[in-house]
Design a protein around this ligand. Structure first.
Ligand SMILES: [Zn+2]
Length: 216
């Protein structure tokens, strides 16, 4: 089973993927992790990725494709839920050329919800634990439950930056959905509440996948 999970920043791709991974026995592969791994292991590709990241530049499609292909080969290429890739139509074409994807899960979330969710996120300065005022608030405001460290808001999670991230998604990534439309089944999960219960949402996704014979 080869699935993609797709959605704007703040749609909860990581959280959903972990839950879906447990239910249908696929390996969740997050491209952010693949990059970190390649950089850490100092592979040839990893070194090239690092150059871009150090400069704060976007990693070019061609290099992203190679890193992802390397990782997929390692996991056997036939049982995964890919999160964070493809992000552009060029990447989608590459993936479609090297393998048949079975389906795409689309997390359909409004801009309003994204802004509300992401701007509620707080991170521990010391241990990196992530809290969210909506779903996972710390016991004491501004203090980490785990280590007692101070919580802060990442610049990326401030409303103006969130709007930029949404725009980038709409310009570069939404065309990927159009690209796959008609080629592979697309399961859409509509979320219209900032604190919609994740269990019900995951059930909705799995039920739709079953209905369409994507999973048994
Ligand atoms: Zn902490």
């Amino acid at each position: 089973m080869k699935f993609l999970i797709f959605g704007p920043p703040g749609s909860g791709k990581g959280t959903y993927s972990t839950r879906i991974e447990d239910k249908i026995d696929v390996e969740h592969i997050a491209t952010g992790d693949i990059f970190r791994e390649a950089v850490k292991e100092k592979t040839e590709l990893g070194k090239r990725v690092k150059e871009y990241l150090d400069r704060g530049d976007l990693v070019p499609d061609e290099l992203v494709n190679k890193v992802v292909r390397e990782k997929l080969k390692k996991v056997g290429m036939d049982n995964f839920l890919l999160d964070g890739y493809p992000r552009t139509v060029e990447q989608a074409k590459f993936l479609n050329d090297i393998m048949d994807i079975d389906g795409l899960i689309l997390l359909d979330v409004t801009d309003e919800i994204i802004i509300k969710r992401l701007s509620s996120r707080r991170i521990c300065k010391d241990c990196g634990e992530v809290f969210n005022k909506l779903f996972h608030p710390p016991e004491e405001e501004g203090v980490c439950d785990k280590c007692g460290g101070d919580l802060y808001q990442r610049d990326d999670d401030k409303p103006d930056v969130i709007k930029d991230r949404i725009n980038t998604y709409e310009e570069r990534s939404e065309p990927v959905i159009d690209y796959f439309e008609g080629k592979i089944p697309i399961v859409v999960n509509r979320c219209r509440k900032a604190n919609a219960p994740i269990d019900a949402m995951v059930k909705n996704i799995i039920d739709q996948m079953k209905e369409r014979d994507l999973v048994s």
